[in-house]
Design a protein around this ligand. Structure first.
Ligand code: UDP
Ligand code: MG
Length: 316
């Protein structure tokens, strides 16, 4: 099979017939063999009923329904597991992404060596309150991840080589960072394609303004897990040791000073009257805690079933 289209959806009843119809037209006119996997993320409207009806008239359509709403990442993850196509395309269900982009996305994966192609909604039809923070979000993600050729990490329209979706895991709200996850998994050829973007035709957006706060926290987690996930002590250890040593040397200094002042019979003062005393106390405590955190994290990662999970590219 050439192409699997994975569509996560949450209460998108109005868009589904139009969207699947459009995808079908594009596939037929390009002679692609394909499947459409609709992942219903616990919709409370008639989406699932509509998917059942659509399946009756188009056997390329399959549906997966969650018992409750788990989020877009979860829907993508389950959709990815079900794919059979050589190229996997993801798109939003709200008709903001255009299926007309599929042939070019496919071509880039199959003929131009891309592992992952991310859409870029160069001209967006979203309110300014969304586009402005998104710019900031993208530039931070670019510099943290080192993927400097992407302008739009969170674009719902993306294409993947089959290996990519079968190797990566998307959870929490990590769908914003799939290119970063793919890069950590060793897929280097990440490309971008300018795509058409439309205003949302039906329904409303499913993500509020909280998306940006969560987004940045997730970016930090993904960076940390990618870099130190298998060796947390290398992160906590050095910082903890440095902090501890600072506190330790200040303490030595304070003791020496005390002894000198006693020996010289100079003005007597309590060690607690010294600001440095509190600083050393703090530094030692923070240092010890960081070190212990590193130790516990190390024990945790040793027990994790992921500890020896590596992505093998090929074996002969
Ligand atoms: N979505 C989902 N589960 C959720 C929230 C959203 O499957 O909990 C789907 C939604 O139905 C749509 C896609 O994710 O197909 C993108 O959502 P939306 O269009 O609301 O995001 P925006 O375009 O505002 O970034
Ligand atoms: Mg949308």
């Amino acid at each position: 099979m050439d192409i699997s289209v994975v569509i996560p959806l949450y209460n998108e009843e109005e868009s589904l017939p139009e969207l699947t119809d459009w995808i079908r037209r594009v596939m037929l006119s390009n002679n692609f063999s394909y499947e459409i996997i609709l992942v219903d993320d616990g919709s409370t409207d008639k989406s699932w009923k509509i998917i059942q009806d659509l399946k009756k008239s188009n056997e390329q359509i399959s549906g997966i329904k969650f018992r409750r709403n788990y989020g877009k990442s979860a829907a993508l993850n389950v959709g990815f597991a079900a794919t059979q196509g050589d190229v996997v395309i993801t798109m939003d269900a709200d008709l903001q992404d255009s299926p007309d982009e599929i042939p070019e996305l496919y071509d880039r994966i199959m003929n131009k060596g891309a592992d992952l192609v991310s859409g870029w909604k160069q001209k967006r039809y979203d309110p300014l309150t969304k586009t402005l923070p998104t710019k900031l979000f993208n530039s931070v993600t670019r510099s943290v991840s080192g993927i400097d050729n992407l302008h739009d990490f969170n674009c719902g329209l993306k294409a993947y080589r089959k290996d990519v979706v079968k190797s990566i895991e998307v959870y929490g709200e990590m769908h914003r960072y799939i290119p970063v996850i793919a890069k950590w998994a060793g897929f280097k050829n990440i490309q971008e394609q300018v795509v058409q973007h439309y205003p949302r035709k039906y329904g409303t957006t499913k993500f509020g303004p909280g998306r940006f706060v969560k987004g940045f926290l997730d970016l930090m987690s993904i960076f940390f897990v990618g870099k130190f996930g298998k060796r947390p002590m290398h992160f906590f250890g050095p910082v903890g040791v440095v902090s501890f040593l600072i506190g330790f040397f200040i303490t030595i200094y304070l003791i020496c000073e005390k002894l000198m002042s006693i020996a010289n019979g100079t003005v007597y003062r309590n060690v607690t009257d010294q600001p440095l005393f509190y600083l050393s106390l703090l530094a030692i405590m923070i240092g010890t805690q960081l070190f212990l955190t590193g130790f516990i994290a190390e024990l945790l990662s040793r027990n994790s079933s992921e500890r020896n999970k590596y992505h093998i590219e090929s074996v002969i």
